[in-house]
Design a protein around this ligand. Structure first.
Ligand code: ZN
Length: 198
């Protein structure tokens, strides 16, 4: 197996059509009664299109893995990885952190890549539950890890700014696979490492 594998993601999206998106944003804002005539708002539809395109376009990255020559067999956990995504029901942001851990098999991965995997799956219309399991199953399948654990804690603006308006509420989701699911000691160790430090 080669040590460096280019990967462009399971769900490539077409390049965004920014002109059409800006026209759509203009129509949306206009129909909501937003006056776009002032100088300050004149370019808002174009900026809105560009911002949404950025949030919905996954960046390809190279998944660099290395042989686990030292036979390292303890948990590796990246704590506090930023999560920024859009809820697919309202197209409003949800924002928080992920803790991503694995128990290596034959391969280990560059630590920064754990954050890149989270970012990659965040940049699309998402629900937090699916984001959590996409990160865990992808790492298990790509690394052949003995176990993978992912915990995501996020605030959904569709919940805290509107609707039920529950400010400060966060949603926690987790996905435990392999040894992290089946072995009580490893599971407890991972969950202790990812517990909020308050
Ligand atoms: Zn929502």
């Amino acid at each position: 197996m080669s040590a460096r594998t280019a990967w462009s993601g399971p769900s490539r999206v077409a390049d965004p059509d920014l002109a059409r998106a800006a026209a759509g944003a203009r129509a949306l804002l206009d129909s909501l009664g937003v006056d776009l005539a002032s100088e300050s708002l004149a370019r808002t539809p174009a900026r809105m299109a560009a911002a949404l395109a950025e949030l919905l376009t996954p960046r390809p990255f190279e998944m660099t893995t290395f042989p686990n020559d030292g036979g390292y067999d303890e948990l590796i956990v990246a704590r506090g990885v930023p999560v920024r995504s859009l809820c697919e029901h309202h197209m409003l942001p949800f924002v928080g952190t992920a803790h991503v851990g694995y128990l290596p098999g034959d391969r280990i991965v560059g630590l920064s890549k754990l954050a890149r995997v989270v970012e990659h799956f965040s940049r699309r219309p998402q629900v937090q539950e699916r984001l959590t399991t996409q990160v865990s199953t992808w790492l298990r399948d790509r690394l052949g890890a003995a176990g993978v654990g992912v915990v995501v804690e996020a605030e959904h603006l569709c919940m805290t700014l509107r609707g039920v308006q529950a400010p400060g509420t966060t949603t926690v989701t987790s996905s435990l696979l392999g040894v992290l699911r089946d072995d009580p000691r490893t599971r407890a160790e991972f969950l202790a490492l990812t517990r909020p430090q308050r």
